[in-house]
Design a protein around this ligand. Structure first.
Ligand SMILES: Nc1nc2c(ncn2[C@@H]2O[C@H](COP(=O)(O)OP(=O)(O)OP(=O)(O)O)[C@@H](O)[C@H]2O)c(=O)[nH]1
Ligand SMILES: [Mg+2]
Length: 459
C-alpha cells in the first residue's frame, strides 16, 4: 500500500452507468500513459481539457473499444496527489471504463488501492491527515451539516487551530529548555506567572475545540433512533412521514409491522438511522412474536427511542409496558392522532407529561417533534454551525493533549515557586506529540492503513 514510486490507476466515478466516467492516473508515468491510451504523438498541454479519442481493448474478449474522451493533465506538484496526474473523462460506460483501465495496466500502471490517491496527497504534503480524513467524510456525508463540517476541515480550520496551539507549546518548551540549560540565570527566559498564564491559555483553547466535540461526533456518525409503541398507534405512519417516503406498510390492522425497517434520514442536520418496529404486545402468532423480540432488541441498541401513544383510545397495558421498557433510556414520548377526539380521561401519567402532541395525519406538531429529537440527542436546540471536531480519533487525541497540559500546569503549581522544568517539559512534549498525531506529522503505517482503508477505490 505504501509503494509510491509507481503509477496507479482507478475509475474515480461511482460504479455503474452515467453521463461521464473518469479514469484517474497518478505517478511518474501518468502523462505517457494518457498519450498512449489516446495514441497521441504530441504531449497534452497542462491543465487544459483536451478532446481526444481512446482506442483500447476490452477485458477478456480483447475486442477493440473506442470512445471520445476529454483528457486533462496536471504535472507535479500542482495536482491532487502532488505527482503527475492525468484524468481521462470518458462516457460513463462500464465496458469502456474497464477497457481503459485494462489498457492502462497493460501499459504499466497498477490498479490503485482504496484511498491511495488521497494517501499519496498526504505523503506528498498536499494535505495533512485531518484534511485527508475530511475528504472521506465529505464523500460519505448524507446531511448538509455533515458536508459542511467535513468541508471546514478540508479547508484547514481544524489544522489551523491545532497549529496555533502547537506554536504556543513549542515556544513554551523552547524557553523552558533554555532555563534548564542556564539554571544560574533563574527565570531569565520565562517567569512563573507568564508560564501559568500561557498554560491556561492553551487549556482554554483546547477546551474551546472540545466544547462541542460530542455534538461533532454525533453530526459525523449520526444516531440510531427506534420508533416503538403498542400496535396500531401510528409508528409506521410516523416512520413514513419522517422519511418523506411511503416505505412501511400502514393499515388499520394492529400487528401490521412484523420486522424491523431501517432507513437513513436527515432530521435537523443529523443523519439518523430510523427504525420502524413491530407493535409490542403479548401474542401467540409466531411471526409477530419474533417481530416483538426484534423491536425490543432494536430498542436496546438505539441511541434514542421514540415512544408513540395513541390518544384516540385509552392507555392500555401495552403502552405501560413500553413506557417501562424505555424508562431508563433516552426517549421522546409522542402522543399521536390528536386530530381525533381524545379518549384519555383525567391526568396522563407523569412519564407522558413532556410528550409531544402530533397528528401524523394532519402534520400537526411534527416540526416540534423534529426539534425534540435533535435536543434529546445533542442537548442543543438546533445544530446550525458545523462543529469544529467531529472525528473520534481527533477527539481522543485532543483530550489526551489537554490532560497532558493540565498535568504540566499541576506540576508547576506543586513546585511551589521553584520550577520543576523537567516535568513540565515532559508533559508539554507529550501534548505536542498528541497534536502531531492528529495532523499526521507523527504517524504509523498501521494508522495510515486503518484510515485509508475506509476510502473507496479511486479516491
Ligand atoms: N386519525 C389518525 N389516524 C392515524 C394517525 N396516524 C396513524 N393513523 C392510522 O392508524 C392506523 C395504524 O397506523 P400504523 O402506522 O400502521 O400503526 P403502527 O403503530 O405501525 O401499527 P403496527 O405496525 O400494527 O404496530 C392506520 O390506519 C393509520 O392510518 C393520525 O395521526 N391520525
Ligand atoms: Mg407498523
Amino acid at each position: 500500500m505504501f509503494s509510491t514510486t509507481d503509477t496507479i490507476v482507478a475509475v474515480a466515478t461511482p460504479h455503474g452507468r452515467g453521463g461521464l466516467g473518469v479514469v484517474r492516473l497518478s505517478g511518474p508515468d501518468a502523462m505517457r500513459l494518457a498519450a498512449a491510451l489516446t495514441h497521441r504523438a504530441v504531449p497534452f498541454e497542462p491543465r487544459r481539457a483536451t478532446f481526444a479519442r481512446v482506442s483500447v481493448r476490452a477485458p477478456e474478449t480483447d475486442s477493440p473499444l473506442l470512445d471520445e474522451v476529454v483528457v486533462t493533465i496536471f504535472p507535479a506538484p500542482h495536482s491532487y496527489t502532488g505527482e503527475d496526474v492525468a484524468e481521462v473523462s470518458a462516457h460513463g460506460s462500464p465496458v469502456v471504463l474497464a477497457g481503459i483501465l485494462r489498457s492502462a495496466v497493460l501499459l504499466g500502471a497498477r490498479l490503485a488501492e482504496p484511498g491511495e490517491f488521497t494517501l499519496r496527497a498526504f505523503l506528498n504534503g498536499k494535505r495533512d491527515l485531518v484534511q485527508a480524513e475530511a475528504v472521506a467524510d465529505l464523500i460519505d456525508a448524507v446531511t448538509p451539516l455533515q458536508a459542511r463540517a467535513a468541508f471546514d476541515q478540508l479547508e484547514g480550520t481544524l489544522t489551523e487551530a491545532i497549529g496555533a496551539i502547537e506554536v504556543g507549546l513549542f515556544d513554551l518548551s523552547a524557553r523552558l529548555e533554555a532555563s534548564l540549560d542556564f539554571p544560574e540565570e533563574g527565570y531569565h527566559f520565562i517567569d512563573a506567572g507568564e508560564l501559568a498564564a500561557s498554560l491556561d491559555g492553551v487549556i482554554r483553547e483546547l477546551n474551546r475545540l472540545l466544547a462541542d466535540a460530542s455534538r461533532g461526533r454525533l453530526v459525523r456518525e449520526g444516531a440510531m433512533v427506534s420508533i416503538v409503541g403498542a400496535p396500531n398507534v401510528g409508528k409506521s405512519s410516523l416512520f413514513n412521514t419522517l422519511l418523506n417516503a411511503n416505505r412501511a406498510i400502514v393499515t388499520e390492522v394492529p400487528g401490521t409491522t412484523r420486522d424491523l425497517l431501517t432507513e437513513r434520514c436527515d432530521i435537523g442536520g443529523l443523519s439518523l438511522a430510523l427504525v420502524d418496529t413491530a407493535g409490542i404486545r403479548e401474542t401467540d402468532d409466531v411471526v409477530e412474536r419474533e417481530g416483538v423480540q426484534r423491536a425490543q432488541g432494536s430498542l436496546r441498541v438505539s441511541d434514542l427511542a421514540i415512544v408513540v401513544l395513541d390518544r384516540s383510545r385509552p392507555l392500555g397495558e401495552e403502552d405501560l409496558q413500553v413506557a417501562e421498557a424505555t424508562g431508563d433510556r433516552s426517549r421522546v414520548v409522542v402522543v399521536n392522532k390528536v386530530d381525533l377526539p381524545s379518549a384519555w380521561s383525567g391526568r396522563p401519567p407523569a412519564w407522558a407529561d413532556e410528550a409531544v402532541h402530533v397528528s401524523v395525519r394532519t402534520g400537526a406538531g411534527l416540526e416540534d417533534l423534529a426539534r425534540r429529537i435533535v435536543y434529546a440527542l445533542s442537548g442543543a436546540h438546533a445544530l446550525r454551525d458545523a462543529p469544529a471536531v467531529t472525528n473520534v480519533r481527533h477527539i481522543t487525541l485532543l483530550e489526551d493533549a489537554r490532560t497532558a497540559v493540565i498535568r504540566a500546569r499541576a506540576a508547576f503549581e506543586s513546585g511551589s515557586g521553584a520550577l520543576p522544568e523537567e516535568f513540565v517539559l515532559a508533559d508539554l512534549q507529550d501534548a505536542l506529540d498528541r497534536l502531531q498525531e492528529v495532523t499526521g506529522r507523527r504517524t504509523s503505517d498501521d494508522l495510515l492503513r486503518h484510515i485509508f482503508q475506509r476510502f473507496c477505490i479511486g479516491k
